[in-house]
Design a protein around this ligand. Sequence first.
Ligand SMILES: [Zn+2]
Length: 265
Amino acid sequence: MSINRLLAGAAAIFLAACPVAGAAEPDLAARLELLVEAYPDSLSGVEGTTLLFKDGGAPLEIDDGKAKDHAAALSSGDVEDSLRQIYPLGPCERKPEVDFDPGRIRSDALMMRLYGASAKAVGAELVPVDWFGETLRVTKRQGAAAALEKVRDALAAKPELKRYLSPSAGVFNWRKVSGAKNMSVHSFGAAIDLNTKFADYWIWSGGKPGRVKTFANKYPLEIVEIFEQHGFVWGGRWYHYDTMHFEYRPELIAIAKAAGAAACR
Ligand SMILES: [Zn+2]
């Protein structure tokens, strides 16, 4: 997608995400800067059309230059595609607009550089995280496990929430997104599913890609707010919704803050 189309699309989504008056929408350069800041262990900057890595490995192309509809962006997103939709923050929910899936578009190439390019490589980075009496295995890369521990500590202060949180439906699972070609963030040990007993999922409700009629959520929004405060985005914000799913995407939280994108009207 061209930068002009990106900006036009982002402007529409920016309105949908209900910005705070006066906040300036970050352009692609500003979003890339926030991306680099969000992964300081791995990313060192932007040079020309590429992302640079601290390990000195090959720079990664930011934009493949291909025009993509939403389905194509989901199945083969590049870095620029992954920053296209601005995630709205805060303890409010509503049925998302058609194909508004902020966070669901990802660059597999970038995720593999951040977390590992195989089940074995990711597995070597997993550390135990106590989760309300269970032990989860979460990647320590990019500070994800430490962030989840902060989420847990904040949630532990509200014992009435425990039934929504545990048993967890899992963290690490090297796999593609259900019915799709791209990798699930569970592959990288950086996403957690909560207690499935309260889960609503677009596929279970009979939705088809691009045609999801329903939206439902049973998780209290204070859970969402706490995850967001520590760098996780919620699958309950997505048109293709997955309400038990949270994934560590600190760049999207930073961009949301810079944009003043609020979920609460
Ligand atoms: Zn999940």
